[in-house]
Design a binder for this molecule. Structure first.
Ligand SMILES: Nc1ncnc2c1ncn2[C@@H]1O[C@H](COP(=O)(O)OP(=O)(O)O)[C@@H](O)[C@H]1O
Ligand SMILES: [Mg+2]
Length: 398
């Protein structure tokens, strides 16, 4: 008993261990009920308007292809509405390029000989700045627009993996750790890649074991040449699958550790997500200063850290929030060139979709108020098409 308050004191470790175990057990129960282990996600079908939009042709042209009996047969609903699967959307791309004029082949946007694999690292110190949401939607958008994409979840907390239906607690996922570890257990990255419910999009999921890299690396730095050049490990791992992908999107953990540094050294470009509030901006400026200094140090150790582009993306933006608008103005006055023109707008469509571990590209429009969904997807597409433009420019396309 505590003499002053009459509250019984307790052993802290015993208590939190018990509570941790109880919460974890109940959560697992809930997950197993809602989402059985190894259940694979499926993907909805896409309307004619959506397909035309992602293909970059007019709805009338798409209709004509169908009426002329060319390409895959859409599914026709009882109301007469036509839908295509994501696989059919890819088939249509190949068809359009086969039948189009040679100089107009642009529907399959794969990189050409000499175009380097684009590796985009999504970073920020802060949890909740929208990294995982951005990485997931970008990777899916790139796949829907015909790119061959690899998403890498580098956060031991595995939120991106969970969003793709891979649950570290239930599914015993591999992770990038298997491909960058220093010992003899190391595997090829091709052994830790899993397919997702989006054709053209694979993932290297995450698990808690990734955290080992943060402990192994300082030791390896003292004992081996490999360790001293830790920053080359992801780039080297990616060589094995370089010819299979156009773009790699890396969802980084919310800390500036060895995982993040390794991802940044492998990156050809960087997206810094930032929620436009004073505290977030202060934390971001600290992040930039630390990152800049650490990068200088690893450059001295032989790292090459050259980027094709760097962009700041405003996340969870509320246009009616005056202080937020001021913060955006403040950032624009300093970083104009390097800010994405479109912000990621805060919307209940994203948070609601997240409740069932889905993205805007996965949820069914009919589950939402139309206006809400349409506005949300329009903003999301604007952000992603802008990033796609940067990727294509890095390949010398205009
Ligand atoms: N544009 C948005 N509108 C509404 N909610 C969002 C938006 N972006 C992110 N969120 C929500 O905010 C939370 C944190 O986002 P997340 O992408 O996981 O951040 P991080 O990966 O940086 O920690 C998630 O619950 C996500 O659903
Ligand atoms: Mg995250």
């Amino acid at each position: 008993m505590n003499a002053f308050t009459n509250l019984p004191s307790f052993e802290f470790d015993d208590k939190i261990l018990m509570q941790g175990a109880e919460i974890s057990r109940k959560l697992n129960q809930l997950r197993v009920e809602k989402f059985p282990p190894n259940a694979r996600k499926t993907l909805r079908n896409f309307s004619m308007a959506e397909v035309a939009h992602y293909l970059g042709i007019s709805p009338n042209n798409l209709k004509r292809l169908h009426l002329e009996g060319k390409g895959p047969s859409p599914l026709v609903s009882s109301g007469g509405r036509r839908h295509y699967t994501a696989e059919q959307m890819l088939e249509l791309r190949f068809l359009l390029d086969r039948t189009g004029k040679a100089e107009a082949k642009k529907y399959v946007p794969h990189r050409k000989v000499g175009d380097k694999l684009q590796v985009i690292s999504v970073v920020n110190f802060k949890g909740g700045s929208g990294k995982t949401t951005t990485a997931a939607h970008l990777a899916q958008h790139l796949a829907l627009t015909g790119h061959r994409v690899l998403a890498i979840d580098l956060d031991p907390q595995a939120s991106l993996s969970a969003l793709f239906g891979f649950q570290p607690e239930l599914d015993k996922n591999p992770s990038l750790y298997d491909a960058i570890r220093y010992d003899s257990e190391r595997k090829s990255i091709s052994d830790v890649i899993l397919a997702t419910n989006f054709p053209g999009l694979d993932i290297v999921p995450a698990n808690l074991e990734l955290q080992e890299y943060e402990y192994d690396t300082p030791l390896a730095m003292q004992t081996s040449a490999e360790g001293k050049r830790f920053f080359t490990r992801m780039g080297k791992a990616l060589v094995d699958v370089d010819d299979r992908y156009d773009v790699v999107v890396v969802d980084c953990p919310p800390q500036l550790g060895y995982l993040t540094l390794t991802a940044l050294t492998a990156a050809t470009s960087v997206l810094i997500t930032v929620h436009p509030q004073m505290l977030d901006l202060m934390s971001m400026s600290q992040f930039l200063l630390m990152l800049g200094n650490i990068t200088k140090t690893i450059k001295k150790a032989g790292a090459e850290v050259r980027m094709d582009w760097l962009r700041y993306l405003i996340t969870r933006f509320e246009s009616t929030d005056v202080p937020q608008a001021q913060m955006v103005g403040f950032m624009q006055s300093m970083l104009a060139e390097e800010m994405l023109k479109s912000p990621m707008v805060k919307t209940t469509a994203i948070s609601d979709a997240g409740l069932t571990k889905q993205t805007l590209y996965e949820v069914d429009r009919s589950n939402f108020t139309r206006g809400t969904y349409d506005r949300a997807i329009e903003c999301m597409d604007e952000v992603n098409f802008e990033i796609q433009g940067l990727i294509h420019r890095a390949w010398g396309r205009l």
